[in-house]
Design a protein around this ligand. Structure first.
Ligand SMILES: [Zn+2]
Ligand SMILES: [Zn+2]
Length: 211
């Protein structure tokens, strides 16, 4: 393992790209900005083009950042080259299948801090207690915070190390089997058997609960 980046590697994102990612995600926020920064590093170190699953992303969170990663790197849930490990960490690993090159990015613990006003309004907003004026102020601070994240050098935001690739298998196409309870087609690898019947996961759960 070694550090990949130096201060000279900072790449400025163009406004058009930022606008496209915001449209995809629905709003500008610090998490999305973190994902944009992570994507910039991934694109530079691992390369673009996740078509045909040539690049695989393993994300250890399911927060906003992942939308920027999907949009920018082309690693998507539907193609099977975006893998979610539900560990609640702002950490993202990218692998290239051609030569097994891999990097892991983890958010530095004190890399980014919300200012107190932003934090206070965030909590108030979540509780549904903000006035219209406070909401407006929150959004202003939220976007400003995202902008600050975008202005950071990537290496100040993320610790970046090379990792040995442990590549997940390519997505496979499985046959569909009809659940004998609800009748819906279900991927054969998800079918469960109980009492001689082939059931989809929710019908299997329901059958177990009824036993
Ligand atoms: Zn967001
Ligand atoms: Zn079923």
């Amino acid at each position: 393992m070694s550090t990949v980046l130096t201060a000279e590697d900072h790449v400025t994102l163009d406004e058009r790209t930022i606008a496209e990612v915001v449209r995809f995600h629905g709003h500008m926020c610090p998490g999305l900005a973190m994902g944009l920064q992570a994507s910039q590093i991934a694109l530079r170190e691992i390369g673009p083009n996740a078509t045909d699953e040539q690049v695989v992303a393993v994300v250890e969170t399911d927060m906003c950042a992942v939308d920027a990663i999907q949009f920018q790197t082309g690693c998507t849930f539907g193609k099977g080259n975006l893998i979610h490990r539900d560990w609640g960490k702002n950490a993202f690993t990218f692998f290239r299948r051609s030569d097994g090159r891999g990097i892991r990015l983890s958010l530095r613990p004190n890399a980014w801090q919300q200012d107190p006003e932003h934090r206070e309004l965030f909590a108030k907003r979540r509780a549904g207690e903000t006035t219209a004026a406070e909401n407006e102020r929150f959004l202003e601070l939220h976007v400003a915070a995202a902008r600050r994240v975008l202005e950071m050098a990537p290496e100040d935001l993320y610790e970046v190390v090379f990792v040995d690739a442990v590549l997940p298998p390519k997505a496979r196409i499985h046959a569909s089997v009809r659940c004998e309870s609800c009748g819906e087609g279900t991927m054969e690898t998800r079918i469960r058997r109980v009492g001689g019947r082939e059931l989809c996961p929710p019908c299997f759960e329901a059958a177990l609960a009824g036993l």
